[in-house]
Design a protein around this ligand. Sequence first.
Ligand SMILES: [Zn+2]
Length: 472
Amino acid sequence: MLRLPTLDTLELSVLAFPRRPYHRLVKDDRLVRDARPSPVSDVRASQRVLEDALAAWEPSPLVPRADLPDHAREGWRRLYEMNGWPWNASEAVDLRTRWRGRVCDNSPRLSPTRIDMPLVLLDAWLQVQDEAGSVLPRWVRENWPEIRTMARDLRATACRDASCAWCTTNLSPDHWLREVFGFDAYREEPALPDGTSLQRDLVARGLREQSTFGILPTGGGKSLCFQVPAEARFRLLGQLTIVISPLQSLMKDQVDSLKDRIPHGRAIYSGLPSLLRPHVLEEVRTGACGLLYLSPEQLRNRGIVKLLKSREIGAVVFDEAHCLSQWGHDFRTDYPYVLQAIRRITQTGPMPPVFLFTATTQPDATREIIEYAQQFSGHDVELVDGGSARVNLTYEVRQVAPPDRVETVVELLREHLQDGSAVVFCSSRNRTEEIADQLTAMGFPRSTTTPDSTSTSAASARTTSSAATSAS
Ligand SMILES: [Zn+2]
């Protein structure tokens, strides 16, 4: 029996089921607790897996040509012959034709010196890659890390040939903007020194895997800068983009507002309803999710770390990156821990590129954040500073004695407020109520809001105010 040729059903099942390549032996007898191990039932279960795989498989013409160890080669040959499939080891397979429309036509990978198991597995995945959510399982990536490089070279590395249909669409920031958001052009402001769109530049950096720290003013379309490349990574390479975000409410809002554009976006945070959590975890594990918002403390959870190991992480994004600065008042203790956790998740594999975004930092904090990102990612991180000034806002600081403050606010409101609304910021909840009562008494209709964090208070001011003033 030991002299019989062997066939690895694990490899066969990835080739047969590239859409959901999860090879698991369902041991019926083990469903009964304390049942004794039964080698015979295990063999029968293996036979069922083999039969299922053979029924589903469209035999690959690449296997007969593959350079495999003798025992494996003999196993595959017998399998082909038993099923009446052609075993034409000498017949050339033209990869250029087989992969047309799925890869860059100019890639040197189209003329490989040898065909081996990683190439056969990559070929199986390429046959189904246009269906988002098909990802190669972890054991394949760990056994043959070169598959990742091959896929990247073929599908995500620009050849610079202006007539290459693949690269001019699939590696173009404009193509992905249309694809995801339906817009024809990026915002013109803020602009780079050469006058081109900074937003477009940040998306292009995302597509090129070039680690970057981007500063954009609030309302400058920051999220789009990481959402567009995330979609491209997911569709081109099946990769997962992780977005670290400090506020649960922001995460939930972003995922909800993306529903029509990036329907596979998900968020994991402590407040995620417990009924939903298992579904989200399953979607991350199987590859159905390509964009994952994560609160930083989740990376201290062993279950989450194990879950993320099942995926190829294409990029780590820090939203509100100023939370990394220990000198700022928004410092979050779990933020600096994130890249160490990502390193543990990727283990010996390459560290994904890192993208950091914020609307507000001081020069010291900027330096500190870049140093941190470079030290723990091992990548050079370039600064792209679009400034945090908002052209539609002006600021003025006036010194006013405490007894005159309400009166000054009233004057300002009378002077500037015609239609619409204004926001008056105060230092405490009680003071807010007091000022609101006084303004109401003077004929200003009001709605008092006392948000529980400065960030949400700023957000409400952005969306509701035509003039903002501070009275505390
Ligand atoms: Zn190309």
